[in-house]
Design a protein around this ligand. Structure first.
Ligand code: HC0
Ligand code: SF4
Length: 562
């Protein structure tokens, strides 16, 4: 606690971790590439330098605030140094901005503009590296890397994966998967969090928009789409709307304009998952086997568990994720119609997540040569498609989802936020056993951004314990505690991305805690206004179980290993 003088103004500080945060509190946006409050301090980019009253220059992100400290953020010396640093970065960078997908949202470009960088005096010293297209989720272009290390720390500190590392020294330094392998050859789980934090175009989403256009222009195909919960509260950010603004009606219209025949809601798939997963849980509880049940809807988590905790194989739910479940239901539904009109139905998912691209192409989700889901495009790819098609998003009218799957419950919508799956399953289980009380209190426990959330409830006289965890490093710590019997639970919800799918690797960037909260609150407001609260109350789910799925629950489950 104390007072600093920043550019002649007194600014009080209390819990700020460093001078940079105090400067920001004073309303000055100091540039930085490598400082993120949720990651460890790296202090490498030096963009956040300030000058003190004795002429000393230092990085503000790695300096503690002191009472009485006097600093200047914009002296001629500071401005010159900062510009020099930026100029050196640019001299070693692929500057093909016109053809870079990050253009318009690139930190390097933004700072070049802010610092009035109208020329680079040095010849370009960039040594050309191969672009790594090996992953189904992300593309790594080292030629656009500025070595800020954000991706390395994100992958290690938040996701506990460590797929990326610094290699070599000095001018040869680069960021690469271990042993110079391609990213698909290491333990990357496709979560895309490295892409979400990368300030430049060095890590981007694997773009499949060409395939989208090919499908919608193919007259032999019937293109149907499903939209994941978290897309509706984030896409609008690409069109100047506040995070959390719900734009689902316009998204449906946009997809129809672009040639999609019918548009459905992955939340309907989520309702299906709730039904299948609760049934599975009750069975396991009765037999007292394979508990805790771990959720299976997050593919980055499933891959992480496969890599690191093979013993959990039978604990992870055998249910397909909502995306895959709904995909297989849609394929079954259109089968007859396809025969009649000689078309082939293809299912496109619009999803906040890069790992869903990999999930959809897994062998276990291909039945008789037919994929459940043919193409996964992320929120950011959809924004590009809308712009490419010249649609004025803000002016589109609001449409609604199509029948016969056009209704979903409020429980299905909150799947997109950490805690949502647990809450939806709880809602289902509690309804079935109405003796359970204190619903509200329980739900408050599983919502929000806390690292690990816990809730208990009583089912048939037995206490059921639920844990919710997000961020794979947190998940890994929790699994170890469970394995060491330091903690016991009956259900564990795991989402790889901090905050859940609302902060998925395919969402608009940059992301911060504030944005995550706003997107989550957009979903919870949809939950509050939903007329159908619980998955089993959804009449279309009942119809489905009595009709199309009457004798076929198999398609809701992963066929491998279970
Ligand atoms: Fe999610 Fe999902 S909630 S993983 O975040 O479970 O991606 O939004 O679509 O499948 O429903 C992502 C989001 C989904 C699935 C659903 C789940
Ligand atoms: Fe690491 Fe996820 Fe990026 Fe893979 S996609 S390198 S796991 S942060």
């Amino acid at each position: 606690k104390g007072t600093m003088i920043i550019d002649g103004r007194k600014v009080e500080f209390e819990n700020e971790q460093n001078v940079l945060e105090v400067v920001r509190k004073a309303g000055i946006d100091l540039p930085t590439f490598c400082y993120h409050s949720e990651l460890s301090m790296y202090g490498a980019c030096r963009m956040c330098i300030v000058e003190d009253n004795k002429g000393g220059i230092f990085a503000s992100c790695s300096t503690l605030p002191k009472d009485g400290m006097e600093i200047f953020t914009n002296t001629p010396r500071i401005k010159k140094y900062r510009k020099n640093i930026l100029e050196l970065l640019l001299a070693n960078h692929d500057r093909d901005c016109t053809t870079c997908v990050k253009t318009g949202n690139c930190k390097l470009q933004e700072l070049s503009s802010r610092l009035c960088m109208d020329d680079v005096r040095f010849p370009n010293s960039m040594k050309e590296h191969d672009i790594d297209y090996s992953s189904l989720a992300i593309v790594r272009n080292p030629n656009k890397c500025i070595l800020c290390g954000d991706c390395v720390r994100m992958c290690e500190e938040v996701q506990g994966v460590g797929a990326l590392t610094f290699a070599y020294r000095g001018s040869k330094m680069k960021i690469t998967p271990a042993f110079n392998r391609t990213i698909s050859e290491v333990n990357c789980v496709d979560c895309g969090q490295c892409r979400a934090i990368c300030p430049t175009g060095a890590i981007t989403i694997k773009n499949q928009n060409d395939y989208f256009w090919e499908l919608v222009n193919d007259k032999t195909k019937r293109v149907v789409a499903q939209i994941a919960p978290a897309v509706r509260v984030a896409l609008g950010e690409n069109f100047g709307l506040a995070p959390g603004t719900v734009t689902i009606g316009k998204i449906i219209t946009a997809l129809k304009y672009m040639g999609v025949e019918s548009v459905f809601d992955t939340s309907f798939g989520a309702d299906l998952t709730v039904m299948a997963e609760s049934e599975e849980f009750l069975e396991r509880l009765e037999k007292n086997e394979n508990l805790p049940l771990f959720t299976s809807c997050c593919p980055a988590w499933v891959k992480y568990a496969d890599n690191n905790f093979p013993d959990l194989e039978y604990n992870i739910s055998s249910c397909k994720s909502p995306q895959q479940m709904f995909g297989s239901v849609l394929k079954k539904y259109y089968k007859e119609l396809d025969k009649e009109d000689g078309k082939e139905t293809v299912v496109i998912s619009v999803i906040p997540c890069t790992a869903k691209k990999a999930e959809a192409s897994k062998e276990e989700f291909i039945t008789d040569g037919v994929r459940d889901v043919d193409l996964v495009i992320t929120t950011q790819e959809l924004a590009m498609l809308i712009k490419d098609a010249g649609l004025m998003f803000e002016n589109l009218y609001d449409d609604s989802f199509d029948m016969p799957f056009g209704l979903s419950s409020g429980a299905g919508v909150i799947f997109g936020s950490s805690g949502g799956v647990a809450e939806a399953v709880l809602t289902r289980l509690m309804k079935q056993k109405p003796s359970v009380s204190d619903k509200e209190i329980i739900f408050n426990n599983v919502r929000g951004m806390k690292r690990v959330k816990e809730a208990n409830f009583v089912l048939d006289g037995k206490e059921v314990k639920i844990a919710v965890v997000h961020g794979l490093k947190n998940a890994s710590e929790l699994v170890k505690q469970i394995q060491n019997v330091e903690k016991t639970y009956d259900i564990v919800e795991v989402m790889a991305c901090p905050g859940g799918c609302i902060a998925g690797g395919g969402q608009p960037t940059p992301m911060d805690e504030e944005k995550r909260k706003k997107r989550a609150s957009g979903l919870y407001s949809l939950n509050r206004t939903a007329q159908i609260k619980s998955s089993e109350e959804n009449p279309l789910i009942r119809d489905l179980f009595q009709g199309l799925l009457k004798d076929d629950h198999e398609i809701l489950h992963v066929q491998k290993n279970h």
